[in-house]
Design a protein around this ligand. Structure first.
Ligand SMILES: Cc1cc2nc3c(=O)[nH]c(=O)nc-3n(C[C@H](O)[C@H](O)[C@H](O)COP(=O)(O)O)c2cc1C
Length: 351
């Protein structure tokens, strides 16, 4: 877990990453970085994480998943984002940013999606025309250029969890009869290529990707399709998907999908996520052969989780008591409530 990892010349000092996690309610309708965002990411860098992936950041205002999330749809966002990259770099960590188009699951009541479909019983998504697809790919490329200008070491396309790229990958949401339906990975491929063309091949460009989209066999097929165009694959769950792992597998299904993808392309840097909450979990996950572990809720509980584990110090755990959690995005709870998993780090968590 202490070994460095090199992705296209970007050297990450260890195998601990903070995955993207939206800090709901911290920004405002304009999507600008706030002091809270800067302090939050600085804390992770101080806490020893080799890589920090800044939360899902919207490439257009219309395509947000929440009206208080960070944005990168305008050059005026760059100034605030520079404050994050400068702060993280000061402590020797690398920092990527996740670029989001929320697709059918966005806040717009008539959002863009591969096919006409009702999402979450409220969103009447409209099938994107070819012009709309072209424009959206260009929006991603322009956002990536802004990320590069802001000093990020790379970008990660949000390609999982039922947002736009995931909608295209998944046969349950992509019902198109054109080339974007025949090749479910085509939208992701064209977006990755456009980002590379806009930012240069040496700029790290990867994707967070559904290992089950909807099934593992689709995840493996999609991974092969994008292999030549991405610098890393960060494996999570798909949108509408059926996830599973063998009974004797020690980690979560998402980690199992990451292991299977890594086995199918040993040269590709592969990240894994989900329920990696202790030193034993980290060791089990890395023993599957993947290159990087994403520490999600455990890093919210203890932003110094990486440093504490590496130094054999006491660390905070997520106890999955989401009803009490300040971070539960759907029910923002009493911010004064103590996090029982945080042990002595509660003061950091509740800031
Ligand atoms: C508050 C919160 C916000 C999240 N926001 C994002 C996000 O912006 N992008 C993303 O890909 N996943 C997001 N996720 C999912 C996490 O990155 C991670 O995959 C998930 O929490 C599982 O990992 P864990 O078990 O270590 O928490 C979010 C999760 C939480 C708890």
């Amino acid at each position: 877990m202490q070994r460095s990892l090199n992705i296209k010349g970007v050297t990450i000092k260890n195998r601990f990453a903070v995955p993207p996690m939206v800090c709901f309610e911290w920004s405002d309708d304009n999507g600008y970085v706030t002091d809270k965002n800067i302090a939050h990411y600085t804390e992770y860098a101080k806490g020893g994480f080799g890589l920090i992936i800044v939360e899902a950041t919207a490439v257009t205002k219309r395509s947000r998943l929440a009206d208080t999330e960070l944005g990168i749809w305008d050059d005026s966002h760059i100034e605030g984002l520079i404050k994050i990259t400068d702060a993280v770099h000061e402590y020797g960590s690398k920092v990527f940013i996740q670029l989001l188009h929320a697709g059918g699951n966005g806040i717009d009541t008539e959002p863009d999606a591969p096919s006409d479909m009702i999402y979450r019983n409220v969103n009447h998504a409209k099938e994107m025309s070819k012009e709309c697809i072209k424009k959206t790919i260009d929006d991603f490329a322009k956002a990536a250029v802004r990320a590069k200008k802001a000093g990020f070491d790379g970008v990660e396309l949000h390609g999982c969890h039922g947002y736009l790229i995931s909608n295209f990958f998944n046969s349950r949401t992509n019902k198109r009869s054109d080339e974007y339906g025949e090749n479910k990975a085509l939208f992701a491929i064209e977006t990755l290529k456009a980002v590379k063309e806009a930012c240069g091949d040496s700029f790290v460009t990867g994707i967070r990707f559904g290992g089950f989209e909807p099934l593992l066999e689709d995840g493996l097929k999609n991974a092969k399709a994008i292999e030549a165009y991405t610098d890393f694959i960060d494996v999570s769950y798909g949108g509408d998907c059926d996830a599973y792992a063998p009974d004797d597998f020690k980690c979560s299904p998402a980690v199992y999908a990451a292991k299977m993808i890594k086995e199918s392309m040993p040269e590709m840097p592969v990240f894994c996520v989900h329920n990696i909450n202790s030193k034993e979990d980290v060791i089990n996950a890395l023993n599957t052969g993947v290159d990087m572990v994403d520490i999600g809720k455990a890093s919210l509980v203890d932003p110094h989780f990486a440093k504490h584990l590496l130094n054999d110090e006491e660390y905070g755990h997520c106890l999955h008591c989401s009803n009490y959690c300040r971070w539960n995005p759907w029910e923002m709870k009493d911010p004064g409530k103590k996090c029982p998993g945080a042990i002595k780090f509660a003061d950091i968590v509740l800031k």
